[in-house]
Design a protein around this ligand. Structure first.
Ligand code: CA
Ligand code: CA
Length: 503
């Protein structure tokens, strides 16, 4: 537990007690008569674009996330957990329906799950809990923004709470090559209470306090940071050393020389700046620091929510799950952003804690976010949903060393997949090109072993896990879409050619 910044940062906030796990949970017990149900509550915490730069995952040596770390300390953290899609809408759609992107055709930022036949009538995770007698409420970004039409929101949650957007200054701080206002980072706003994540925590806490006593609660809170714009007030920047002492992520010049050209297609013409631009504009250190600072602020809001749960007296009867919808490159392999099949895009925090979960364990077996749905059903004693494609993590939540037979699979656009085990990352793109990384000896994924005949057998074994079903793009697919027509690849409708490679 890092407490070094407690005096400067925690002053004035309500999370001081949160640094002492369990202190409040022990102190406050609800009156017996308040509990008129026998199922555990669920606290479902979603984060946007947080990679493995979390204290308990060790992805960045300077990361400061005391609240996620204390949650991990009282639960089980999956250190090899991966998203099913490295992008918000397909990732969240997968978690919330229990289906892989390749089984639904949802690969881009549209369509939403209620717009297509494959998932129109699927029972979403919150719907399942509601049908089992839970009172369900969601605040902030839980489903992808705009993916559920307003008139259908009441079918997903009993309370579909506000999902405030990030405050945006009049003028961008950083003039990135993209004019998109969100593509920005820096000290903003001055008052933490103006942040979307503060408001979301506030709303979720209010719901926790006014929960019905005759029903168990399924409470979802979706935080926006560290998704761009990576904003935080000055005190969260002050947690970190000055720019020249900020450590950059592992980077190898010419790292991309041994990766197939197709890998670049997944990033074609994105608004996130390339590393070459960050270097030229002298912004790499600043972006790393801003990403860390906005993460630490967001973490403090998770802390407020966890404290409120402890104060409610319901902590011991609540299952907590925390996850991020995709990771983020901050310069690795020459890019910033997501939508790649490499570790910075796919590895995310996945933490379970509370009722039915052992405490202080770390599981290094591969896990998928797809597993959240069946795991929560089992932890809460609800009947399984036979349609789901994930597998309950319950065995690992009682015994972190329990073997898991499945790898974690990430899909980016149609028929491009990564298969991750405890030893390997194997990638096969839609054009058949491949990458293979030895995660134990090459954790930065610098050396592509796919063309080395020595690993032919390894690849044959890993290939068996590639999804057999690869549905075409669902009707209405849009944004960050790669598709092939007449031997030409198109990025968002525009033809791309090898020789157009941007640096
Ligand atoms: Ca996201
Ligand atoms: Ca390389």
């Amino acid at each position: 537990m890092k407490t070094t910044y407690l005096p400067t940062v925690m002053a004035g906030l309500t999370i001081t007690a949160s640094l002492f796990p369990g202190s409040l949970a022990m102190a406050v017990q609800p009156p017996e008569s308040a509990m008129k149900h026998n199922k555990p509550n669920v606290l479902f915490i979603v984060i946007d674009d947080l990679n493995d730069w979390v204290g308990c995952l060790g992805g960045h040596p300077q990361a400061q996330t005391p609240n996620m770390d204390r949650l991990a300390a009282r639960g089980v953290v999956f250190t090899n957990a991966h998203v099913q899609a490295p992008l918000s809408n397909p990732s969240r759609s997968s978690v919330l329906t229990g289906f892989r992107p390749s089984s639904t055709g949802i690969y881009g930022l549209a369509p939403g799950i209620r717009e297509i036949d494959a998932t129109k009538n699927s029972v979403s995770l919150p719907q399942y809990f509601r049908r089992q007698g839970y009172f369900t409420a969601g605040f902030g970004k839980v489903f992808h923004d705009g993916s559920i039409p307003k008139e259908l929101q009441k079918d997903e949650f009993d309370v579909w709470g506000p999902a405030p957007g990030m405050p945006i200054p009049e003028k961008k701080f950083i003039e990135t090559p993209s004019p998109i206002k969100a593509m920005d980072w820096g000290v903003f706003p001055n008052d933490d209470r103006d942040q979307a994540d503060w408001i979301t925590a506030e709303n979720a806490i209010a719901q926790l306090k006014s929960r019905p006593t005759d029903k168990p609660l399924f409470l979802a809170a979706g935080f926006r940071l560290p998704h761009v714009p990576c904003f935080a007030s000055q005190k969260w920047f002050d947690v970190f050393p000055p720019e020249n002492e900020i450590k950059l992520p592992g980077y190898l010049a010419n790292d991309r020389d041994d990766v197939p050209f197709f890998s670049w297609y997944l990033h074609w013409d994105l608004p996130e700046p390339r590393l070459s631009w960050l270097k030229e504009a002298n912004q790499w250190h600043n972006l790393v620091r801003s990403y860390l600072a906005s993460t630490t602020f967001m973490d403090s809001q998770i802390g407020r929510l966890l404290d409120a749960l402890d104060e409610s007296g319901e902590a011991s009867n609540t299952v907590i799950v925390l996850w991020s919808d995709n990771g983020w490159h901050v310069g690795e392999k020459d890019i910033t952003g997501k939508n790649s099949l490499w570790k910075p895009s796919t590895r995310v925090p996945l933490i379970f804690a509370g009722s039915g979960v052992s405490s202080g364990d770390r599981c290094s077996q591969p896990a998928e976010l797809l597993d959240i749905y069946p795991t929560l059903l089992e932890l809460c004693g609800l009947p399984p949903n036979p349609e789901l494609e994930g597998h309950s993590l319950k065995p690992q939540l009682s015994n972190a060393g329990a073997k898991r037979q499945w790898p974690a699979i990430t899909t980016a656009n149609r028929n491009s997949h990564a298969v991750v085990t405890d030893k390997w990352r194997f990638i096969q793109y839609a054009d058949g090109s491949q990458e293979l990384y030895d995660e134990q000896n090459d954790p930065n994924e610098w050396t592509n072993l796919a063309s080395n005949p020595k690993y032919k057998k390894v690849i044959t074994g890993l290939k068996k896990w590639l999804p057999k079903k690869n549905l075409p793009l669902a009707p209405g697919s849009a944004h960050r879409i790669l598709e092939q027509k007449d031997n030409t690849w198109y990025w968002e409708g525009n033809p791309i050619k090898n020789e157009e490679l941007p640096d």
